[in-house]
Design a protein around this ligand. Structure first.
Ligand SMILES: *Cc1c(COP(=O)(O)O)cnc(C)c1O
Length: 217
């Protein structure tokens, strides 16, 4: 599916939910995709992208930024504290804050680099042991901690369990954000971004539906 079709679907889903048609931002998830595919989307005028690995993003985005203005790059994968500084230099939003130590590292890196990036807290809505993210009952505590460190926490992000309907997870994330007074909701991927838009998503992270399948090593 191309960029125009995905954007049209998002607009329609937002309108169907009684929201403004442009209220859902499309994050094009370019991880593992060949540079030609990414560049085609850049040439079509799209500027908001997501990457899940710092190292991989560091290898390709500085080059793209030399040729295209106004790129906004979101980190959507786990971040190790020792990569916080590179991440703060490279990205425009960090979507995966999930522990106090990372809040410490990000706050320190942002001060050193002189960039105050917006941050989202990743919530493990399915409470899956192998998955990153803070569990819902610990969200408030982490939010408070991150704010004490001076981080600009704007919202929440989640990746629902693969084997469950996503709707209830989106509803839970929306409820948690509302209770915490946070406006940004990053939820929805290739298979469920229309559902996510109905549940109030402000950012959907779409990879394979836009770029084609990824060939993981
Ligand atoms: C890879 C990835 C996506 C995009 O997945 P698709 O199913 O290809 O759309 C979204 N969010 C995160 C966190 C990812 O790692």
């Amino acid at each position: 599916m191309g960029l125009p079709e995905i954007k049209a679907r998002l607009r329609k889903a937002a309108e169907d939910a009684g929201r403004a048609p442009e209220s859902v931002e499309l994050i094009a998830v370019s991880k593992v995709q060949p540079n030609e595919r990414v560049e085609a989307v850049l040439r079509d005028g799209h500027r908001v992208f997501g990457e899940n690995r710092v190292q991989e993003a560091a290898g390709k985005w500085p080059g793209f930024r030399d040729h295209y203005d106004g790129i906004s790059l979101h980190l959507i994968g786990p971040l190790q504290t020792n990569k916080a500084e590179i991440a703060v230099r490279l990205f425009d939003m960090i979507e995966t804050l999930d522990r106090p130590k990372l809040a410490d590292a990000l706050a320190k890196a942002m001060e050193k680099v002189g960039r105050a990036l917006p941050v989202l807290i990743q919530v493990n809505t399915g409470e899956e042991p192998q998955k990153a993210g803070v569990i819902p009952s610990e969200l408030q505590q982490l939010l408070q901690y991150a704010r004490e460190k001076g981080l600009d926490v704007q919202g929440l992000m989640c990746i629902p369990p693969v084997d469950e309907p996503a709707g209830p997870h989106f509803a839970l994330l929306a409820k948690l954000a509302k209770e915490a007074g946070l406006p940004v909701l990053s939820m929805g991927m290739s298979s469920d971004y229309v559902t996510a838009a109905r549940f109030g998503s402000t950012h959907v992270r779409v990879g394979s539906a836009l770029f084609g399948p990824r060939d993981y090593p």
